[in-house]
Each structure stands twice: as structure tokens, then as C-alpha cells.
Ligand binder design. Structure first.
Ligand code: NDP
Ligand code: 8X3
Length: 260
């Protein structure tokens, strides 16, 4: 197990769910955190909570970035203008992502498609493209991509979301191949059902519909996923965990779920 003390960890989508849980566990490990998302107020609250609960000794160990990963030029400028002390990112957690809608493909909404592809695929690519060259130059680094069981198994009406997560899987494999011969590691984590704001976002704020997704089963928590991310990041440098699928005990596949 390696120490994360003073390592710089950038987490996209840190304002909620899995990203926020990653912030907490990496804080516990002594990392310095760059927390990125669009909702800066939520990042602010999380940073205060990390300090107040003693997970991080001082606010100096956190740097907040108000960032929409879909905007390539803003991503470039946000990363280029990081304070000097925060530039040498050791671990990039590409977590920002979302689903929008659950519709048959031939009835799908163009705006939903654009949002998923721009965030889950292009946003992840932009972050990776701007950060990984520094990792290669410094001779150390780790990219953790949050994929999904939906990237392995397509489910009815999941079409474009599943495609975006299949892209995360393939991009992760490609990145690992392209980084062969460097010490930079690549991991893709594929969770099943995790109760977060995810379904609320998918159903455009319909809380009742969102709640039903997790009815009658015990879903994963964001902390369950963050634990796995942390495990991968703390293995010895010669160990690359390439892919992990984690599901609730009540879930056997993307569509096979046991409900009481
Ligand atoms: P949440 O909705 O709770 O969190 C999503 C995060 O992504 C938020 O912090 C949000 O921040 C951020 N985000 C969304 N769009 C953008 C953007 N354009 N730029 C920057 N940040 C953005 O959901 P989860 O925690 O569940 O989702 C995290 C990841 O896990 C996603 O990639 C999702 O696909 C994946 N996943 C989720 C599963 C689940 O069942 N929940 C299962 C498998 C994978 P903000 O709105 O402030 O920008
Ligand atoms: C999120 C899991 O099955 O709701 O990626 O698509 S699922």
C-alpha cells in the first residue's frame, strides 16, 4: 500500500455522490484535493465539512475549481491557471457524468444526447488530454475513470447513456495501451446501482421516479464506490488494477435486480 500524503488528487464531479465520497476518503489519506464541478456552492460546503470534521487539517489542502468539463477551452484555461503548487496532479479521477432521460432511441431527446456525450465522453477526454502529459513528464500518475455496468451491458432505453459508458471503457483500455512503458496507471471502475443524485438528474428532477429506482433493494452507497477507488489508488506502483465491476448484492446484471 502506498501513502497518498501530499499527493495531488483532482476529482471531477466532486459536488455530489461518488465524487464527494472520493473527496472524503482521499482527504482521510492525507491527499491534497482539487475539487471540480459546476456547483461551486456545493463544493464550498463540502470543503468546509472536510475541515470542520477534521478530515483535512486545513483549508489549504483543498483547491476548488468551478468547472464545466464540457467546455474544452475553459478546461484548458482552468488547468493552465492552477496555482504553481497545485499543477503537478498525481491522480485524476474522471467522475463527472450523468444520464439524461430513459427513452427509446427513436424517441430520444437530442439535448439529452448532447449533454451525456459532451460530459461523459468529451469532458473525460479533455481532462485526460490536458493532465496526462504532465504525468508522463513527471514519471508518475494515475487516471481513474468512473464507467458503469451500463458500459458492459446495454439495457432497454439506456441506449445513449450505455454508449457513453461503453466509450469510457474503451477509452480506458486505449489509454492503458498508449501509456504502456510509462509508470502512469489507468483504472476503470464500473459500478451498478448507487443511490446518489444520478436518477434525479436522469429524470430531470422527478424525485418520485428517482426513488423508485432503488425501491426494495439495498443499493451501493457512494462510499462503497469511493472505497474501491481508494483501494486501486493505494496499491504498489507496479500494480495496475485495470477494471473493477461492483454491484449491490441485490443486483446480478444491468437488468437483473432482486427487489423485496
Ligand atoms: P451525481 O449526480 O450525484 O453526481 C454527478 C457529479 O457530476 C456531480 O458532482 C455533478 O456536479 C458532476 N457533473 C455533471 N455534469 C458536469 C459537468 N458538465 N461538468 C462538471 N461536473 C459535472 O451522480 P453519481 O455520483 O452517481 O455519478 C458520478 C459518476 O458515476 C457518473 O459518471 C455516473 O455516470 C457514474 N455512475 C453512477 C452510478 C449510479 O448508479 N449512481 C452507477 C455507475 C456509474 P455539478 O452538477 O455541480 O456540475
Ligand atoms: C448507472 C447505473 O444501471 O442506472 O451507470 O445505468 S445504471
Amino acid at each position: 500500500m502506498i501513502s497518498l500524503k501530499n499527493q495531488i488528487v483532482l476529482i471531477t464531479g466532486a459536488s455530489s455522490g461518488i465524487g464527494a465520497a472520493c473527496a472524503k476518503i482521499f482527504a482521510t489519506g492525507g491527499a491534497q484535493l482539487i475539487l471540480a464541478a459546476r456547483r461551486i456552492d456545493k463544493l464550498d460546503r463540502l470543503a468546509k465539512e472536510l475541515v470542520e470534521t477534521g478530515l483535512i487539517p486545513s483549508a489549504n489542502q483543498i483547491h476548488l475549481l468551478e468547472l464545466d468539463v464540457r467546455d474544452r477551452l475553459k478546461v484548458e484555461s482552468a488547468l493552465n491557471t492552477l496555482p504553481e503548487a497545485w499543477k503537478a496532479i498525481d491522480i485524476l479521477i474522471n467522475n463527472a457524468g450523468l444520464s439524461r432521460g430513459l427513452d427509446k432511441l427513436h424517441e430520444g431527446n437530442f439535448q439529452d444526447w448532447e449533454e451525456m456525450i459532451d460530459t461523459n465522453v468529451k469532458g473525460l477526454l479533455y481532462m485526460t488530454r490536458y493532465i496526462v502529459p504532465g504525468m508522463v513528464n513527471r514519471g508518475r500518475g494515475h487516471v481513474v475513470n468512473i464507467g458503469s455496468i451500463a458500459g458492459r451491458q446495454t439495457y432497454p432505453k439506456g441506449n445513449v447513456y450505455c454508449a457513453s459508458k461503453a466509450a469510457v471503457k474503451v477509452i480506458s483500455e486505449g489509454l492503458k495501451q498508449d501509456l504502456l512503458g510509462t509508470p502512469v496507471r489507468v483504472t476503470e471502475i464500473e459500478p451498478g446501482l448507487v443511490e446518489t443524485e444520478f436518477s434525479n438528474v436522469r429524470f430531470h428532477g422527478d424525485a418520485e421516479k428517482a426513488k423508485n429506482v432503488y425501491q426494495g433493494l439495498t443499493p451501493l452507497t457512494p462510499d462503497d464506490v469511493a472505497d474501491v477507488v481508494y483501494f486501486c489508488a493505494t496499491r504498489s506502483p507496479h500494480v495496475n488494477i485495470s477494471e473493477i465491476l461492483l454491484v449491490p448484492t441485490d443486483q446480478a446484471s444491468a437488468t437483473l435486480v432482486h427487489r423485496k
